[in-house]
Design a protein around this ligand. Sequence first.
Ligand code: TYD
Length: 203
Amino acid sequence: MFITFEGIDGCGKTTQLNLLHKYLKDIGYNVLTTREPGSTPLAEKLRNVLLNMEYNISSVSEILMFEAARAELVDSVIHPAICRKQIVLSDRFYDSTIAYQGFGRQQNIDDIKLLNKITIREIIPNFTFLLDIPYSVSLERRFGSIDDRIESTGNAFYERVIAGYRSIAEEEPDRVKMIDATQSKEDIFHQIIQIVKPALPPI
Ligand code: TYD
């Protein structure tokens, strides 16, 4: 089983992922958590480049680096773990590239879908939890922390990313479950569990 978490920065997806990891582990599942970009030595290096304010990265090379990081992660971590029947939870996956680079940076979505298809090798999440918050809440939650290269892109960019995520959820309602992430973390987690529990494989 493969579950991914999506949303703009500050939406609380990492908190929910960690809660789900603990819940599944406590009831006896073998769980593996990954994050994108990252989770392999090369992908973590690409993450450092992608988030570093020092670099001025073109939109196309940004897409290709996110995709390269994803290809590494799928081949060396996610695919083998799914073959071992582990439950894999990922903090972001290919929807991030559609939302951020496609909608946010206004790059060609069909091209990104093709690149995603190449990198994921037919590994599609069983569920994707989209934690939806308005940009104003993201800003409040990130108040005081230093922006990375993507976070510093600004208001209009984030509004497009939010709209992009919502349209992905509308397009694929069976996979992508949009949750109002302005609710308490307990309420959000309750909704996630209601969806995941009936679909869990036997231990
Ligand atoms: P994330 O790990 O969620 O950031 P943080 O740990 O700082 O909360 O994601 C890193 C950033 O990369 C985030 O701003 C979203 C961006 N991103 C893209 O723009 N495209 C992608 O394909 C991915 C995976 C992430």
